[in-house]
Design a protein. Structure first.
Length: 230
């Protein structure tokens, strides 16, 4: 596929996802501008990412600190207005690098990480936008704090000097996601948080209708050829 074809395909995919978000927002009597589309670029190289940037996409999600650091150094030099979101699990020993690299971290989920991120933010003199990840389906294999532990974790973050802006969740696979999105929306409302990071390629329209402010979309933007699409 030639360069122009890749550019056109990326622009078409982006326009289709944006139109779907706008339609879902309208059905929910929301503004499409209130929903941030995060293109999940994990495991995609710069050649795959650049056409989406050229088409106007500015928010990108990565799973690993090291992969993002290597891949985005040149891209961000070229496009300094790009915003990077860490959507994968974060190890406490990577907190300092993550705080310096990312504009948002969606996976705060435990006490030790809160302390590490707070220390990193104080050292760097900046704080990314922070989301607490909730294990909304109570799944052993998934990261995220238990629903019952959320108030205590939020209180600990506040005591550590961190501002938590929202919640993030990934519903169980192959189950209707709407009840889980509704629960995350309720939890965010109950705890006075304005942001909800929820919804991926297969269910982002449902998420938008149920209050998502950030949707994380991979396959619908990058296609199915690359590995690791969301």
């Amino acid at each position: 596929m030639g360069s122009d074809d890749r550019m056109n395909e990326a622009a078409d995919r982006l326009a289709a996802v944006q139109a779907n978000i706008a339609s879902a927002a309208q059905r929910a009597q929301r503004r499409a501008d209130d929903v941030c589309l995060i293109a999940v670029s994990k495991k995609h190289d710069a050649a795959a990412i650049r056409p989406l940037i050229v088409a106007g996409q500015r928010h990108f999600g990565e799973n690993r600190v090291q992969e993002a650091a290597a891949k985005w150094a040149s891209l961000r030099a070229e496009y300094p207005d790009v915003m990077l979101h860490l959507i994968g699990q974060l190890q406490s020993n990577k907190a300092e690098e993550a705080v310096s690299l990312f504009d948002a971290i969606h996976s705060i989920d435990r006490s030790s990480l809160i302390q590490a991120v707070a220390k990193a933010c104080a050292s760097a003199g900046r704080q990314p936008r922070l989301f607490v990840q909730v294990n909304i389906g109570d799944e052993d294999q998934k990261g995220g704090c238990a629903v019952a532990d959320l108030p205590a974790l939020l209180a600990e973050a506040k005591a550590a000097g961190l501002t938590i802006d929202g919640l993030m969740a990934i519903p169980p696979a192959d189950i209707e996601p709407a009840p889980y999105f509704a629960l995350l929306d309720e939890l965010a409302e109950r705890n006075g948080l304005s942001l909800r990071s929820m919804g991926m390629s297969g269910d982002y329209e449902t998420a938008v209708m149920l209050g998502a402010t950030h949707v994380r979309v991979g396959t619908a933007l990058f296609g199915t050829r690359g590995q690791g699409a969301a």
